[in-house]
Design a protein around this ligand. Structure first.
Ligand code: UDP
Length: 388
């Protein structure tokens, strides 16, 4: 077989490794069990309207990492899209992330930044950001109890179905809290959406004479030649699938959340006036609604004016055959993960990466950044050893 490196999974982590390795002269085969490349970043035009739909939920690119920004710009340019999210609670719409406007609207007040800060501190009671031990404590420390109950408690119950005492505080600190009227969702220096869509970007990463992509190919299916049993130990492998799946769940299941989407084409020009509306109340089953045309205002001349595509997002625990999206990462999961990491260390010439391969809640830019580091620190050596 004319392959120096096998990459299992064609998401951003796998493709970054593949692209770097191909550029250094290695022959790379990328396999993916799905019928398309790009993992959960895959998007396509909805056939009736032509509106780009992110098949696995909205993906917003943002980073402050100069190297990652330079790297991704080799494959696509980015629009000047800036992500903003609103949240409809008790039939009233508020701006997220929690900012001075949210606080003043919620309390029907006109607090100054210092007054709002003092109020939240009082409402946070005994909890403090620096000593908070979990999602529950950190969330209350950040925004105080009433705002936590309104915007985080039920949304999080729907999204994770896990006690907020068992969830990491890192999940809630993904969202900034601001004592001014800035409602940008992300703090990063660079932000935007790929001008020609995610799939064009992803395809450009794989478009190299040294890269062969083979879809519909399951690494655990021994009836096809590119399988785990046949290849581990025979060539270097970068594995980006779920780490528990790799070891056949020998240390138990790690818990993952998956998403279900309900997509609709509506005969209205504008359904909700914004790309993402969150629903933080317990009586609504879904967590949010995406309206995809709003991600690309610059395409307004090519998108229909009388139709729109919306997608309601529902979260649930992943069964083994479901696509895993989010590592839940409870204390029990962390114990399991440590056991899997020990096994992974002993797996010679197999490198685990990406959100699924490391069981970490990585954003796209983090997956790409960690792939570039893995390339520098581990995989580039393979190219040198082969003297290509
Ligand atoms: N979150 C929440 N209410 C919201 C938005 C977010 O409680 O309106 C919490 C929730 O637990 C979520 C986490 O903050 O899982 C991170 O939110 P983010 O929008 O970053 O999630 P993602 O887009 O990655 O699903």
């Amino acid at each position: 077989m004319d392959t120096d490196l096998l990459v299992v999974g064609s998401g951003f982590f796998g493709l970054t490794i593949a692209e770097r390795a191909a550029d250094a002269g290695l022959k790379v085969t990328v396999i993916d069990r799905r019928s398309h490349i790009g993992g959960n970043a895959y998007s396509e035009a909805e056939p009736e309207t032509g509106i780009e739909v992110h098949r696995y939920g909205a993906h917003l690119f943002h980073t402050s990492n100069e190297r990652v920004w330079e790297y991704v710009n080799r494959f696509t340019s980015f629009t000047n899209y800036v992500h903003r999210v609103y949240s409809t609670h008790n039939n009233q719409t508020f701006a997220l992330p929690v900012n001075l406007h949210t606080i003043n609207q919620f309390f029907n007040a006109a607090y100054t930044p210092d007054e709002a800060r003092a109020l939240v501190k009082e409402q946070a009671g005994e909890f403090e950001v620096d000593s908070a031990k979990n999602f529950y404590e950190k969330g209350i420390a950040l925004v105080g109890r009433p705002l936590f109950e309104a915007f985080f408690a039920h949304y999080t119950a729907k999204q994770w179905q896990t006690s907020p005492e068992k969830l990491s505080g890192d999940i809630v600190s993904r969202l900034p809290v601001r004592y001014n009227y800035d409602n940008r969702y992300f703090n990063d220096k660079y932000e935007g959406l790929p001008v020609d869509g995610y799939t064009a970007w992803i395809e450009r990463m794989a478009d190299h004479p040294n890269i062969t992509v083979q879809l519909n190919t399951d690494f655990f299916d021994t009836s096809q030649p590119l399988n785990k049993e046949a290849l581990v130990g025979k060539m270097p492998i970068v594995y980006t699938g779920p780490i528990d799946r790799y070891f056949d769940y020998s240390e138990g299941n790690l818990s993952w959340r998956t998403l279900d989407f309900e997509e609709e084409v509506l005969n209205v020009g504008d359904y909700q006036g914004t790309p993402v509306m969150n629903y933080p109340d317990a009586d609504v089953e879904f967590t949010r609604i995406h309206e995809f045309k709003h991600f690309h205002p610059e395409r307004k001349d090519s998108y229909p004016t009388d139709k729109t595509v919306i997608m309601r997002e529902f979260s649930r625990f992943a069964e083994r055959d479901d696509e895993p999206y989010y590592p839940v990462n409870t204390p029990e999961d962390r114990t399991g993960l440590l056991a899997y990491r020990e096994l992974a260390k002993k797996e010679e010439n197999v490198f685990f990466g990406g959100r699924l391969g490391t069981y970490q809640y990585l954003d796209m830019h983090m997956a790409i950044g960690s792939a570039l580091s893995m390339w520098d620190n581990q995989i580039s050596q393979i190219a040198q050893d082969l003297k290509v």
